[in-house]
Design a protein around this ligand. Structure first.
Ligand SMILES: O=c1[nH]c(=O)c2[nH]c(=O)[nH]c2[nH]1
Length: 309
């Protein structure tokens, strides 16, 4: 809104009218590699961590008074220092970080801590796993987010870029036909996606690595075994199977591109194409997103998982 003179009233209002809204701050992109080398068989944990604090940072923003402003550089150093005592799982590491900041500074009432973990596999030499040489598994990335607020810690786990494809066992038909519809109905197509999923735990006391491995297994096995009538149906079944197997998971959210594979018309070249040669179109792509939840699960808190306050 502007005044008749063209000035924005917010610019001319007394100071008290303009206040600081939700805020959080910290350091992103802290790439920590932790080697466990107690024996000759080393272990590697490789994760990128974000730390962001929430609390009373009013005067830092409004006055330039930094007496409450725990430097982002200090937050970075804390991440590396805590890694000295081990990581264990991204969730456990974030819980230690969150506890540190919320118990060390009385004005830090909460925050958001997030991690992405990359997986490495041992290189095999003469069929034998090497003790300290690894190859990066460029498949999925494991993710975790910890929120701390007045109600305590809230933990979200997940993965992204889990690329899957099935070469049959997928149909798509029965959709509305209007004057813009050109898609041909199919009872045999390729179904492929990059699974991104996040799920919320109702506890901070879990064997996070074991649950993660089992959820990943369920997602893959369900994708493989559901005879798909739409990616939406596959998504729902993946989530349902996870919730049925894990009482500690409240809800699960997915974002999955439908990576279209079109059968190429080879008739121009005098050839048939019985679903063997495909054009893998990288864009545009369908984008199928959805939540599968227990019917009493609240939708709050999820907005912070995506990134901003
Ligand atoms: O599984 C699918 N879901 C859709 O909503 C859709 N839309 C489309 O064009 N192809 C597909 N496939």
């Amino acid at each position: 809104m502007t005044t008749p003179s063209g000035a924005n009233p917010a610019d001319t209002a007394p100071d008290g009218k303009i206040v600081l809204g939700k805020n959080q701050y910290g350091k992103a992109g802290n790439h920590v590699v932790r080697i466990t080398r107690d024996t000759a068989r080393h272990e590697i944990e490789d994760l990128t961590v974000i730390s962001q604090l929430r609390g009373d940072f009013e005067s830092c923003h409004t006055e330039g008074d930094n007496s409450h402003c725990v430097a982002t550089d200090t937050q970075k150093n804390t991440i590396f220092s805590l890694a000295r005592d081990g990581v264990g799982s991204p969730e456990a590491f974030l819980l230690r970080l969150g506890k540190h900041f919320t118990t060390s500074f009385e004005w830090v009432s909460g925050g958001r801590w997030a991690a992405e973990q990359f997986t490495w596999q041992r290189i095999k030499v003469d069929g034998k796993e090497h003790n300290h040489a690894f190859v990066q598994n460029r498949t999925e990335t494991r993710t975790a987010v910890l929120l701390i607020d007045k109600d305590g810690p809230h933990l979200f786990a997940g993965l992204k870029d889990l690329t899957v494809l099935k070469s049959t066992g997928s149909e798509f038909h029965g959709f509305p036909q209007d004057k813009y519809t050109t898609l041909v109905e199919t009872s045999d197509r390729i179904l492929s996606t990059d699974v991104a999923a996040r799920w919320r735990y109702n506890t901070a006391e879990l064997d996070f690595n074991a649950v993660y491995a089992d959820v990943r297994r369920i997602l893959l096995e369900t994708f493989a075994s559901v005879h798909s009538l739409a990616l939406q149906q596959t998504l729902f079944q993946m989530g349902k199977n996870v919730l049925q197997a894990h009482r500690n998971i409240v809800d699960i959210r997915f974002s999955m591109p439908n990576k279209h594979h079109f059968v190429v018309d080879l008739a121009h070249f005098g050839q048939d194409n019985p679903n063997v040669v495909f054009w893998a179109a990288d864009r545009p792509f369908g984008l199928i997103e959805g939540t599968v939840k227990r019917d009493d699960a609240a939708d709050d808190l999820w907005e912070s998982v995506a990134g901003f306050c």
